[in-house]
Structure formats: structure tokens, C-alpha cells
Design a protein around this ligand. Structure first.
Ligand SMILES: Nc1ncnc2c1ncn2[C@@H]1O[C@H](COP(=O)(O)OP(=O)(O)OP(=O)(O)O)[C@@H](O)[C@H]1O
Length: 259
């Protein structure tokens, strides 16, 4: 009998993070993610979901714990001197898209896309431009290469932000409520782009308040509350199957559904 072992892509161990002395947000979080998994993180507001992604991206220091990527620890702190060690080389293999686009307003779409590859990686402008144009075409934005962010809809801006993150060939994508700021009619176009990436087996960790999206994208759902993982399993287990839905109260609390 052959057995297949899949080494973890991401290993988060005993992650502790507080803001100042009084706001303890992550209280010993343990998460293991395998290659190809699409992990949706849900939980009550203020539970630390965004903080988790920001920490994974090296944007916040941690108090204690470690995160490994591809078997290499790249963020760690032993808690002794509150210093967080970050291996930026490893961290660069992770891309993140935020709720509020964070495009450079003074740069055109194509300039937004090629900036990091040219500056960080020293890629030639012509090669980066060619890759950028191909990505824009793929996301239905081919005609917007020379537009500025202010000339785009929210959905278009968010698709540009995703394309920009992909320019650095990430091995893992983090999405933090990327559709929360969008008008309802623009949500689907952004979710389609992420579903497209999922179909190509891009590993991803997604924080979302969109129940439909969570069910459609997740291969696994993690429910975080009180700074720890409370539930972790397949979507039908954590979110409830169509036949056996979670209580209305659970759904409302976690997905911010307004009546
Ligand atoms: N820079 C900061 N300084 C101080 N407190 C912060 C900071 N960022 C977040 N917090 C606090 O940390 C807690 C967790 O915030 P976080 O944004 O990670 O939660 P969340 O689960 O993503 O919430 P939501 O679902 O509402 O987006 C909250 O109480 C928040 O007010």
C-alpha cells in the first residue's frame, strides 16, 4: 500500500500577539496548512483574523511563537526580548491583498504592477511590462493598463491589486476581506478572479464575511475566536451542510449578515 505524506506549506505554532499591554489578540494560535489548500478563516469581529494575516506577511511583530513556510521558519519570537525575527527572503514568497486596494494613486495600472518586480527583483522593464499586460488581459483589464486607480471601479481596483501581488510569483496568497468595501454588484467579479486562481491550485488563506464565497472557495474552514482556533475542518463541517445549516445567530455573528 502506498501512503502519501504532504509536508505542511505553512506551520503556525503557538502564535501570541498583543497590541500594547491590554489588547491580547492571538493567544496561542496553531494552524497547519498543506500545499494546495484554500483555507478560509472566519470568526467574530475583532477576533484577530486580519492580525493573523498581517503577522504572516511580516507587517506586525509578534510576542511569541513561530511561522514556517515550506519547512523554513521565517517569523519567530521567543518572547524574551519582544524582538520578531523575519526572514524577508522567505516572506517574499507570500502575496497579500487588502480590503482597501492600497494601489499607488500616482502610478498607472501597469506602473503599479511593474514597480515591485523592477525595484525588488531587478527585472527588466520590458519583461515585467509583458507579464503585467498578460495578467491584466487574463483578469479582463487589458484596456486599463494606462488608467490611474482613481479612474477605476472598486472591483477593477481590487483585480489590479490581485494582479500586482501575482507579479511577484507568490507561492501563497493571503486575502483580507477583499470584497468588503465593494458594492454588491462588483463582488462577483473579484471573487471570480480568486476562484480562477484556486482552480490553478494557488494555496490561499482568505478572511471573508461572504458566506457564499466562503463555501465556494474553501477546501477547509478555520473558526477563530478568543485568539485561538475553535474549529478546523472541511467547509460542510464548520459551516454546516445545506441540509443542516448553522444557527441563524452563528451565521449572523460570523458573516455580518444584515437583515
Ligand atoms: N494597530 C492596532 N492597534 C491596537 N489595536 C489593534 C490594532 N489592530 C487591531 N487592533 C485590535 O485587535 C483586535 C483584533 O483586530 P483584527 O482586525 O485582527 O480583528 P478581525 O477578526 O479581523 O476583525 P473584523 O472581522 O472586524 O475585521 C481588535 O480588538 C482591534 O481593535
Amino acid at each position: 500500500m502506498t501512503m502519501s505524506f504532504s509536508a505542511p506549506l505553512v506551520e503556525i505554532q503557538s502564535l501570541h500577539k498583543s497590541y500594547g499591554p491590554n489588547i491580547q489578540v492571538l493567544k496561542g494560535l496553531d494552524i497547519e496548512m498543506k500545499p494546495g489548500e484554500r483555507v478560509v478563516v472566519i470568526g467574530p469581529s475583532g477576533g484577530g483574523k486580519s492580525t493573523l494575516l498581517r503577522v504572516m506577511m511580516g507587517l506586525e511583530r509578534i510576542d511569541r511563537g513561530s511561522i514556517s513556510f515550506g519547512g523554513k521558519p521565517y517569523i519567530s519570537s521567543d518572547g524574551a526580548d519582544k524582538k520578531t525575527q523575519i526572514d524577508t527572503e522567505v516572506r517574499r514568497s507570500i502575496g497579500m491583498v487588502f480590503q482597501h486596494y492600497t494601489l499607488f494613486p500616482h502610478l498607472s495600472v501597469i506602473q503599479n504592477l511593474i514597480l515591485a518586480p523592477c525595484k525588488v527583483r531587478g527585472e527588466a522593464k520590458a519583461s515585467a511590462t509583458k507579464r503585467a499586460q498578460a495578467l491584466l488581459e487574463r483578469f479582463g483589464l487589458g484596456a486599463k493598463a494606462n488608467a490611474y486607480p482613481a479612474q477605476l471601479s472598486g472591483g477593477q481596483k481590487q483585480r489590479v491589486a490581485i494582479a500586482r501581488a501575482l507579479m511577484l510569483d507568490p507561492k501563497l496568497m493571503l486575502f483580507d476581506e477583499v470584497t468588503s468595501a465593494l458594492d454588491p454588484e462588483l463582488v462577483a467579479e473579484v471573487e471570480q478572479v480568486i476562484l480562477q486562481l484556486a482552480a490553478q491550485d494557488m494555496p490561499m488563506m482568505i478572511v471573508t464575511h461572504d458566506m457564499w464565497f466562503a463555501k465556494n472557495i474553501a477546501s477547509r474552514v478555520i473558526f477563530c475566536a478568543g485568539g485561538v482556533v475553535v474549529e478546523d475542518g472541511p467547509p460542510e463541517q464548520v459551516l454546516g451542510s445545506p441540509k443542516e445549516e448553522r444557527t441563524r445567530e452563528f451565521i449572523d455573528r460570523v458573516f455580518h449578515i444584515r437583515h
